[in-house]
Design a protein around this ligand. Structure first.
Ligand SMILES: [Cu+2]
Length: 660
């Protein structure tokens, strides 16, 4: 116990020294110029020109996903995923509320962590990007044609959904591992009985190759460790998935000390193809589990939420040869697989060295049945039998590793605040560059695929300190862009981010930009309340519910004047944007409504509810500047007393119309 405390104190002391070091070196640099002469040129994208790469940067605790261009680091869009969004009305309008439904009810906010772009044959294919909700375990799928969240599936039997969401080589599965082990099924029990009673679920969620629709194929019920991060095998190791674990001590209190006792934790190697076969042959057990599956349809522009009732669970000891533990020093965090699929890098947060395992050696050890023991019936291999090499003392507090197209690996070091470049196979350190400050993840476009690019690296930092104009105690979050095309890395720029830049996925822009949707076709609009021409616009009363089938086109609403609404009514504005030209959204806001604004794309229908509280004549207007006569795009609703005899009527083309 004392030794561990001493290690922690030493790390903290080093952190203080390291950050002081950064500050002084930065000061020195700023005198001589922190950047080489042409750094500005390398990130400059002229007005009207396009960036070379997309970067999808997780918003961390904001629950969203931001789209940036590289190298300019310009922000294009924030895609709402796990949190309501005031810019797009996501989670506020009636169509998208079901997307945030869970077995716990409507959960309007989460913590998004790890985006991963879909792959075919181990290469990024640009169809979808997946991202995990960490807090209330969920996986989302975002279309890279519409740049909208199309699907969210809740992950039962999980907690702190951290080792997620990473895809297999052909996007057969998107995988989610639990960070916190829990009672499975959940039950009331003493926390002190954690050890051997709590379990960790590793979920394999299948992806339909046509529609992208997700379904939980099986959950592997593992010992009660913390499953921290994961990555798929690729190439020769395709069919396997690797998960880092910590807290193999199965401590339940003061983990900073009690989960740092073991000299080595494990990387769990899972042969998912073997388990898939077992399951396809009727293996596994169905257990009751409540979880929401939410799907958004581009045809109806509406999401539906379905509550699921059971999940297939697999006991790893019933599938011999499917799961092994690879000893890895010491509370490993990142679990990264190189482009060839041969090397599995485990970054031990408390280890002085980086451990790299060999897939070939692992296979040989398994064939030779050379085991060091077992944990809960799962064979443990010998460290010496599976290790490929060790990068000696590369830095302090290694977290994550990505790869380039030239056989190099890049690892972030949180405590010594740097990115270190090293060579796969020789394990020699080639270069190191400071980050400002305390870097977490890093991203190289394609860096988690068979075909990484080799031009840029983005470091995502946890602390900003003095990098920007101060904005009170809360500073902007920050990332940094490095040029990695030469032997030495070169810092090009700093850029602020929306929310915590937890992790990112990037790809060449050419993969996506030509497939980006421009409009939604009006004649394909199957929204239940769409009015696809002004002649379909109308107002219908059903008891105290009023449905307004409204259209919008430059620069008027139809209908624009509505009478006969009463205090206590529930008024649904179903608003269809009739435009079929690219880049002509309209918006709508109603005084006193909980929702302002709906931002409606050409051909799309969206709905908000308004519950008038007072008699009067109340205006609404277009909130998205759409033409020179945008300010004229407005209308009124007359609200009468409850029980009033004023009939429903409305104006179309300036003419009064009575309801049918
Ligand atoms: Cu407008």
């Amino acid at each position: 116990m004392k030794t561990i405390k001493n290690i922690i104190y030493t790390l903290v002391a080093v952190l203080v020294l390291a950050s002081c070091g950064n500050t002084s070196s930065k000061k020195k640099d700023s005198k001589s110029g922190a950047l080489s002469g042409n750094a500005a040129e390398k990130v400059y994208v002229a007005p009207g020109e396009h960036d070379e790469y997309y970067a999808f940067v997780s918003g961390g605790f904001s629950g969203q996903l931001a789209v940036y261009g590289l190298p300019s680091a310009r922000l294009f869009k924030v895609i709402p995923v796990f949190s309501v969004d005031a810019e797009k009305a996501y989670g506020f309008n009636e169509e998208t509320k079901p997307m945030l439904n869970t077995s716990y009810g409507f959960v309007p906010w989460d913590d998004s962590h790890h985006p991963d772009i879909s792959q075919t044959n181990g290469e990024l294919d640009g169809r979808w990007v997946f991202i995990n909700g960490n807090n209330t375990p969920r996986i989302a799928r975002i279309s890279l044609s519409t740049f909208e969240t199309e699907e969210i599936i809740e992950v039962p039997n999980s907690a702190g959904n951290h080792s997620s969401s990473f895809v297999t080589e052909n996007t057969e599965y998107v995988v989610a591992g639990t960070r916190f082990s829990v009672p499975i099924p959940q039950k009331d029990m003493p926390i002190s009985e954690y050890k051997s009673n709590f379990k960790g679920a590793l979920s394999f969620i299948s992806v339909d190759q046509e529609t992208g629709h997700m379904g939980i194929k099986f959950q592997l019920i593992m010992p009660g460790f913390d499953y921290d991060l994961s990555h798929p095998g690729r190439g020769k190791s395709h069919g396997w998935f690797f998960f880092t674990t910590y807290n193999t001590e199965e401590a339940n209190s003061l983990l900073e000390v009690n989960a740092s006792q073991n000299d080595k934790d494990y990387i769990a190697a899972v042969n998912w193809k073997k388990i898939e076969e077992y399951v396809n042959n009727g293996g596994g057990k169905k257990m009751p589990a409540k979880y929401a599956h939410n799907v958004y349809s581009d045809e109806t522009h509406t999401a539906t939420s379905t509550m699921m009732n059971e999940v297939l669970v697999v006991d790893p000891t019933e599938v011999p040869g499917a799961v092994y533990f690879l000893p890895t020093p010491k509370s490993p965090h990142g679990c990264d697989v190189d482009p060839s699929g041969e090397y599995i890098v485990g970054n031990g947060k408390l280890s002085a060295d980086l451990t790299v395992h060999s897939f070939t050696r692992m296979q040989e050890a398994i064939e030779g049945k050379k085991f060091a023991g077992e944990a809960y019936g799962i064979p443990i291999l010998n460290y010496e039998d599976v290790v490929a090499g060790v990068v000696k003392q590369p830095g302090l507090g290694p977290l994550h590793t990505e790869f380039d197209d030239k056989g190099n690996a890049y690892t972030t070091f949180f405590i010594s605040s740097e990115v270190v470049k090293w060579k796969l196979g020789t394990w020699e350190v080639i270069d190191r560059k400071p980050t400002y400050y305390s870097v977490g993840h890093l991203m190289i476009p394609g860096g988690n695929s068979r075909k990484p690019t080799g031009k840029y690296l983005v470091a995502m930092n946890k602390i900003t300190k003095d990098r920007y104009l101060p904005t009170g105690p809360e500073l902007t979050q920050s990332a940094q862009l490095y040029d990695i095309s030469g032997d030495k890395m070169e810092l090009l720029s700093d850029f602020p981010t929306v929310g915590e830049p937890h992790y990112a996925a990037g790809c060449p822009a050419d993969l996506i930009k030509d497939r980006s949707a421009k409009i939604f076709k009006l004649d394909e609009n199957k929204h239940k309340y769409a009015a696809t021409s002004e002649s379909e616009a109308k107002v219908v009363r059903e008891g105290n519910v009023v449905h307004i089938y409204m259209t919008m086109i430059r620069s008027h609403f139809a209908p624009d004047n509505i009478e006969g609404v009463q205090v206590g009514d529930k008024v649904y504005f179903h608003v269809t944007n009739l435009e079929q030209d690219f880049d002509v959204p309209h918006g709508i806001s109603m005084i006193g409504a909980n929702t302002s604004e709906l931002l409606i794309m050409p051909g799309q229908t969206e709905t908000f509810v308004w519950e008038p509280k007072q008699e009067g004549v109340w205006p609404f207007y277009c909130t998205d500047f759409c033409s020179a006569l945008h300010q004229e795009m407005q209308g009124y609703v007359r609200v009468s007393a409850k029980g009033s005899s004023v009939p429903i009527s409305y104006t179309l083309d300036g003419d009064p119309t009575d309801a049918e």
